[in-house]
Design a protein around this ligand. Structure first.
Ligand SMILES: Cc1cc2nc3c(=O)[nH]c(=O)nc-3n(C[C@H](O)[C@H](O)[C@H](O)COP(=O)(O)O)c2cc1C
Length: 137
């Protein structure tokens, strides 16, 4: 089981209608492919955790990476995991604007907004993912 976390910048034309369509398709595809995860959307940036069998995940990641609805994709974490972090989420969606309390969120998205080195924020990133993992269970 492979887990990937990446960030990207939403395209200027990205809006609510795009998001609804994206989540609908993502959930349908992910269910079929055995992928799960969560998608955070905040301040014009995405943070996605996506996990599943390695071949299916890498194949879908290549499709996601070439999607014009976002750009500046940066791989933040890639690791083998013994079991899923988000078994119940074909693609959980969080409008992070609504979640000021999530620990780590501010650090991670401030680093993204500054275009800086997110690797300094990896502990915050892991904390953020753990926070949603508990909520998704
Ligand atoms: C930020 C972002 C996250 C995405 N996440 C997923 C995903 O988890 N699963 C998925 O199948 N497609 C995801 N997509 C959409 C893919 O890029 C692509 O449009 C879709 O997989 C095509 O599926 P379709 O052939 O069924 O239309 C995402 C796109 C963006 C911009």
């Amino acid at each position: 089981m492979l887990s990937i976390v990446y960030s990207s910048r939403a395209s200027d034309s990205f809006d609510e209608a795009y998001l609804v369509d994206l989540l609908l398709r993502s959930r349908r595809n992910n269910k079929r492919l055995g992928l799960s995860g969560m998608l955070l959307h905040h301040g014009g940036h995405f943070l996605q955790a996506i996990e599943g069998p390695e071949d299916a995940l890498r194949e879908r990641m290549a499709i996601i990476a070439s999607d014009p609805r976002h750009s500046s994709l940066r791989m933040l974490l890639e690791e083998e995991i013994p079991e899923r972090t988000f078994p119940a989420w074909t693609m959980g969606h969080v409008e992070a604007d609504d979640e000021p309390a999530a620990p780590g969120l501010r650090n991670v998205f401030e680093a993204l907004a500054a275009g800086g080195d997110v690797s300094d924020s990896l502990p915050s990133l892991r904390e953020l993912i753990r926070w949603y993992q508990v909520r998704a269970a």
